[in-house]
Design a binder for this molecule. Sequence first.
Ligand SMILES: Nc1ncnc2c1ncn2[C@@H]1O[C@H](COP(=O)(O)OP(=O)(O)OP(=O)(O)O)[C@@H](O)[C@H]1O
Ligand SMILES: [Zn+2]
Length: 293
Amino acid sequence: MYLGAIEAGGTKFVCAIGNEQGQIIERVSIPTTTPEETIKQVVKFFQNGSLSAIGIGSFGPIDLDVKSPQYGHITMTPKISWRNFDILGEVKKYFPIPIGFDTDVNAAALGEKIWGAAREVDSCIYITVGTGIGVGAFVEGNLLHGLIHPEMGHIIVRRHPSDQYEGNCPYHKDCLEGLAAGPAISERWGKAGVELKNQTHVWEMEAYYLAQALVNYLLILSPERIILGGGVMMQDNLIPLIRGKVSDMLNGYVHHSAILLAIDEFIVPPGLGQNSGISGALALAMKARDTEI
Ligand SMILES: Nc1ncnc2c1ncn2[C@@H]1O[C@H](COP(=O)(O)OP(=O)(O)OP(=O)(O)O)[C@@H](O)[C@H]1O
Ligand SMILES: [Zn+2]
């Protein structure tokens, strides 16, 4: 018996069949169109597999409250046709087996915890800096939920003294995502991040925002590892800049060797490369199978 994994994204759905060692045996990428059309393709991919469970790591916001009638729904997304769509219920209709359901970033955090960069520690956060900014957290043995689920991409940060860009978050303008996600970089500087490689000031400013976010997450959640993924993090000069700024901003306050002596092993790229999300969905499947949800 295999495990099924769905990384449900706003632009594509990645589906995979894998095993409990985290190995992916077969995968497909399906463009996100209407819910009906997209789920039809998902079902087609899985229908010949012999699966014991499926995991779904989804774009959000989503309802994760098992007591809620909307549990398993995508809720207030700007993607109108997906608004209030019962993604979990729809998949369950075709596959009446245990199905794990969580945010895409919580899935990624779980994948990194079990098979990736946070294997040897007990807690971690996974941050993706891409079209948006999302953060998943694995703390005290569980993925972090709550009132809804954390939305750590939208925290308020202190503005860089020379930043004139107003920010592009439709809700908050200059929250972290509005100032530091990929589209904010392109709008502020007039070019996509990939074309700005040698512009030191661009990455200094980017690191200034991301380091503040990391400091806040670190002070609130106290994770033992911080993992940074997503398209913008393809700039390989960014992680060293962020490490330096986190260390400067903390100024010795969090007195732990992980930060004082080994920050290179504390703030790290994903151990699973581009596969954190899909492997994480596999891990959600494994968890669902073991708890029979
Ligand atoms: N090498 C690079 N340097 C800087 N920015 C990059 C690079 N490659 C991609 N990006 C930026 O990353 C963003 C896309 O991120 P990603 O590939 O993680 O896609 P995504 O899945 O749409 O993001 P999200 O996780 O928010 O859904 C774009 O804004 C793009 O400009
Ligand atoms: Zn915002």
